[in-house]
Design a protein around this ligand. Structure first.
Ligand SMILES: Nc1ncnc2c1ncn2[C@@H]1O[C@H](COP(=O)(O)OP(=O)(O)OP(=O)(O)O)[C@@H](O)[C@H]1O
Length: 352
């Protein structure tokens, strides 16, 4: 379990991390998302004890990274943005070296290294010099060194960067498998990646938590309403009359009508309502067959743009915030908008 509380990092006058708090429970994968310079690497470097914080605390499985660095670091495997590889070592030599650094027992070392090389699919290059490996293989070796010792917590900074699509899928599968036994924080620029493998997404911008929730909840709630795209056969009048009976519908946009009498429209309701069944029966009673029905929740891309740009101001997307990640930290939550997780006091200063 990882508990980060009121983390602040200043580089001189520059505030890189601004009062960041969150908790990741065991077995969870937290995706850290943010534009360049948002503070992802800085946060990860602090969590792993690689750099110090200006203020705040990081506790790993009950051990404070600043007060008990050895105990805390033992529990962390870290894949930094630039994996710390020794190019003149073979893969096996390097992993042996890392196992020694992590004080893996002699009796367990070779078995563990063989297992991890199998997991990271690098067994076939185990006797090659690291400098001769492709970027993708180097990244896998970087991941393998993070897993050595099977630490409780894995911190992965852009784990799939530089990999080809096939390798990306393999590494994602591996991360998912690892999450059964480990708590994982990963950072990524790739929104689809985060939504595919993470239980929770945390979007940060300029060092501040903007929003955190499950990928599903983010796309469901942040728009503030649900849209249902429909293709219906019938006249506009009949369809309108049928849909007007559904009180949950807040708005209907009629988009087009094809030559063969198919009307394309989007019916909106509040974010917590589900109008699919009512729409089905209403149009069925009106003898207007539905040819297509699709929910139109926002994609993670839309959300990311929305919350990292000024548009977020004044949005009424309910149900978001950091309560899911940080249920006990009520004091901190109170400083954050229940809408977006933004710190309301400093909101205006940060926008530009
Ligand atoms: N050693 C440093 N000295 C001064 N400023 C720094 C230092 N490291 C990072 N920063 C600044 O802190 C902010 C956060 O940087 P950080 O590298 O954590 O962002 P990031 O979200 O990881 O970005 P990227 O996705 O580009 O890697 C940026 O404004 C960056 O310029």
């Amino acid at each position: 379990m990882i508990e980060v509380k009121n983390l602040v990092k200043k580089y001189g006058d520059h505030l890189a991390i601004n009062n960041l708090s969150f908790t990741v429970e065991k077995g969870q994968i937290l995706g850290f998302l943010g534009p360049n310079g948002a503070g992802k690497s800085t946060t990860m470097n602090i969590i792993t004890g690689y750099i110090s914080a200006t203020e705040g605390s990081v506790v790993i499985d009950g051990h404070d990274i600043f007060d008990e660095p050895e105990e805390a670091k033992k529990r962390i495997g870290y894949l930094p943005e630039l994996p710390p590889l020794y190019p003149d070592m073979t893969v096996r030599e390097y992993l042996n070296f890392v196992a020694d650094l992590k004080m893996v027992k002699r009796s367990e070392k070779s078995k563990m290294i063989a297992k991890i090389m199998g997991m990271a699919k690098i067994t076939d290059v185990s006797d090659r010099l690291i400098k001769q490996l492709s970027k993708g293989y180097k990244q896998r070796v970087g991941l393998a060194q993070a897993i050595i010792g099977f630490p409780d917590v894995l911190i992965l900074d852009e784990p799939t960067v530089g990999l080809d699509p096939m390798q990306i899928i393999e590494i994602r599968d591996l991360i998912k498998k690892l999450s059964k036994e480990h708590t994982i924080i990963l950072s990524s620029h790739i929104l689809s990646e985060v939504s595919a493998i993470c239980d929770t997404v945390m979007i940060i911008n300029k060092g501040k938590l903007i929003v955190s929730d499950t990928p599903d909840n983010l796309s469901k709630h942040i728009g503030g309403s649900n849209g249902l795209h429909l293709q219906v056969k019938g006249t506009k009048e009949k369809i309108k009359e049928a849909l007007e009976k559904i009180t949950e519908i807040t708005k209907i946009d009629y988009e087009s009508r094809t030559k063969d009498g198919i009307i394309k429209l989007t019916a909106y309701c509040k974010e917590d309502d589900d109008i699919r069944e009512a729409v089905f029966y209403a149009l069925s009673d009106a003898r207007c067959p539905i040819l297509n029905m699709q929910s139109s929740n926002m994609s993670l891309e839309d959300i990311f743009l929305e919350v990292t740009q000024t548009k977020v101001k004044g949005k009424q997307a309910k149900g978001l915030g950091r309560r899911k990640l940080n249920p006990s930290n009520t004091e901190d939550v109170s400083q954050v908008s229940p809408v977006t997780g933004q710190n309301q006091e400093t909101d205006h200063e940060e926008e530009n």
